[in-house]
Design a protein around this ligand. Sequence first.
Ligand SMILES: Nc1nc2c(ncn2[C@@H]2O[C@H](COP(=O)(O)OP(=O)(O)OP(=O)(O)O)[C@@H](O)[C@H]2O)c(=O)[nH]1
Ligand SMILES: [Mg+2]
Length: 384
Amino acid sequence: MEYLIVIAALAAVALIIGGIMLLRPRLTRTRPPVERPAERTGGATAVDEAEAGAPTLERAPPTEVPAPRPTVEIEKPPPGAGRLVRLRARLARSQNTFGKTLLGLLSRDTLDEDAWEEIEDTLITADMGTAVARQVTEDLRTRVQVLGTRSPEEVRGLLKEELIKQIGPDLDRSLHTDAHGDRPAVLMVVGVNGTGKTTTCGKLGRVLVGDGDTVLLGAADTFRAAAADQLETWGARVGAQVVRKDEGADPASVAFDAVKQGIDTKVNVVIIDTAGRLHTKTGLMDELGKVKRVVEKQATVDEVLLVLDATTGQNGMQQARVFAEVVNVTGVVLTKLDGTAKGGIVVQVQRELGVPVKLVGLGEGPDDLAPFEPEAFVDAILGD
Ligand SMILES: Nc1nc2c(ncn2[C@@H]2O[C@H](COP(=O)(O)OP(=O)(O)OP(=O)(O)O)[C@@H](O)[C@H]2O)c(=O)[nH]1
Ligand SMILES: [Mg+2]
C-alpha cells in the first residue's frame, strides 16, 4: 500500500515538472521585444545579421557613418560701392611715380619744350597710347599758357581734369545684373589664359553677394578640373552654388546646366567662367559663340566681361582685340593694376575696344576687385 502511495506521488511530481517544461517556451515568446539600437535607427546592422546567422559572405557592407561635415563659415563680403576709394593705397603704390613725375614736371619754374616732351613721354610710358599722350600734352600746354600762374593746386586740378576727360566720366560703367522676372541675369567672363578670369568670377560673386544678390557660378572652363575646383572654393566661401562637370566636358552644356539651375533655384545672377587657352580664332569663336547661344535658349546674356591683365601692355591689347572680334564684349575688367605703374592702359583699352572698363583688380585678396570710378582712380594716381 505504502509502495502505491510513493509511486503515485512520484508520478504526480513527474507530471508537474513535465507541465512546467512544456509551458516555458510559450512564456518566453510572449515576453515584450527588447528595443535594440539598430531598430531605433531603422536599419539592420552587420551585428544583427551575424546574430541571425547570416553567412559572412552575404553580409551587407557596414552602414557608413557620415564623417562630421567641416563647418564652412559663410563670409559676408563688403558691398561694391566705395571699394576703389578703400583700395586706393594699392593704386597709389604702383601708380605713384607716374603721378608724381607729371606733377613735378608741371610745377617747374619754366616749362620749356624739353619739359613738355618729358610730360608726353611720361604719359606714353604709362601705356596711355601715343595719340592720347600727345592730345593730353597739347591740351595742358594751352591751359597752362592761358592760366599764367601755376600753383601746385592749380597744376593738380588741371591734370586731374585732363585725365578724367580722357578716361570718360560719362561712360556707362554699371554692371547689368538685374534679374529678368524669374530669370537670372547672366554674365560671361572671357579672356586670354592667366589674365584672372576665374579669380574675377569669384571676386565678382563676392561683390554681388555683398550687395545682397544671390549668385551661381558656372565652371565652363573644362580644360582643367582645377579650374572648377578653384571656382568651387570661391563659391563655398560665400555660399554660392557652383555648377561643374568632368574635365573635358562640353563647356556649352555646363553653361546650359548652370543657367537652368539658376532659374530653378531662383538666383539673381549667374556668372559663367570660360577657358582662355584656345589657339585658333575659329576655335575660340565656335566655343564662345556656342556657350552664348546655349545660354540664350533660357535667358539673356547681360554682360560679356573681357578680362585683361594690365601688366601685359601691347601684347595684351593684341589678344584682347581677337576676343572683341568674336564676342560682343560689354565691359572690360582690368586686373593686376596693383602690380603696374601703367594706369594709362585704362584709356588705351577703352579707345581700342570701344568698351568701358567696368571693374578693376587690385590684388590677390578676395575683396580686391572694385567697380571702376574715374575720379577715385585719378585721385589715387595723383596722390593728395
Ligand atoms: N596681383 C594681382 N593678381 C591677380 C589679380 N587678379 C588675378 N590675379 C592672379 O592672377 C593669377 C591667374 O588668375 P586666374 O583667375 O587663375 O586666371 P585665369 O584667367 O582664370 O587663368 P586660366 O584659367 O588659366 O585661363 C592668379 O594667381 C591670381 O591670383 C589682381 O588684380 N592682382
Ligand atoms: Mg581660369
